[in-house]
Ligand binder design. Sequence first.
Ligand code: NAD
Length: 336
Amino acid sequence: MTVRVGLIGAGIMGADHARIIATQIPGARLQSVCDADPARARAVAEETGASVGPGGPAAVIRSASVDAVLIASPDSTHADLTLEAIAARKPVLCEKPLAPASPDCLRVIGAEVKAGKRLVQVGFMRRFDPAYVEMKAALVRGMIGRPLMFHCFHRNVAAPSFFDSKMAITNSAPHEFDIARWMLDAEFEHIDVFRPQTDDPARPGAPVFMVLRTSAGQLVNIEVNVNAAYGYDVRGELVGEKGSVSLRAPVNSEVSLNLASTTVYPQDWRPRFAEAYRRQNQAWINSIAAGRPAGASAWDGYMATLVAEAGVSALASGSSTTVKPVAMPQPYQPAA
Ligand SMILES: NC(=O)c1ccc[n+]([C@@H]2O[C@H](COP(=O)([O-])OP(=O)(O)OC[C@H]3O[C@@H](n4cnc5c(N)ncnc54)[C@H](O)[C@@H]3O)[C@@H](O)[C@H]2O)c1
């Protein structure tokens, strides 16, 4: 079975997904590409051998020659496009976040529950990253004992001027919220958000430092620093009662020179998480063929957005904010 994929959004992430689907995923074919900017769609289609989907996203989603939909357009478009895919009863891999606002995530959940079938996978690709997978395996094997604390660092070289502290919480941190929920198998109950004193406190994109407490009493701290200057750098250390596990980013070489050894940081997330994107997309295609969902669900997408909303409130109020989810619908509950 070959799954014919329709891609919506051919920007930085969409072009990356297009290359992965077209060249690295057995069982998948990139069928058509569309973008609000036709030149981008054409460039990606030419590079990958796909066709340009005429008629815009809705036509691509409904097309009889498209079996599954990959959404990589801006955050604000995700919920409505995912709802279109559910209405067409097509599996959809939606880039994170599922939606910037939790009521929109709930609309997706409601539609999926009504469809009676899990169709949505959210692009929280860190669940497929070898370093996080090994960390989780060490935890599950009991190597470090009961988990107590998870230290998370998310650093970018530089963010655009519109990327403020609120966006650091709603756009960057959801990766951290999701991976910590997945790693600890627990929900967040409270979040506090702090900002360090900087030379220019009004500067958008100043770092945010979050402290969260889970339902099992674990503490998670998350630094999001989108203007870290030195490189793209995601770190994590999971501390248990008997030991700790730290992430190692992939390193291919190390230069020894002048009494120093040097490794290189990537410019952005694509090299750091290349294997995670590939494994995520392969798992998505395999899950369609097998009829068994994989990866983060619409519920996981909702929870990440809900924690981000609580984080934005905590940033504004300067006080601890409670995360208050609705009751989890049955299809998302773990099997008894
Ligand atoms: N998983 C990850 O690690 C990761 C990393 C970066 C970005 N993202 C997510 O991927 C998505 C895309 O981010 P990006 O960095 O590629 O942005 P981008 O701006 O480079 O690309 C977005 C593209 O979508 C197009 N577009 C806008 N509205 C559209 C619409 N209604 N229909 C079709 N196309 C439309 C734009 O013309 C643009 O080409 C965002 O939701 C972002 O949060 C995820």
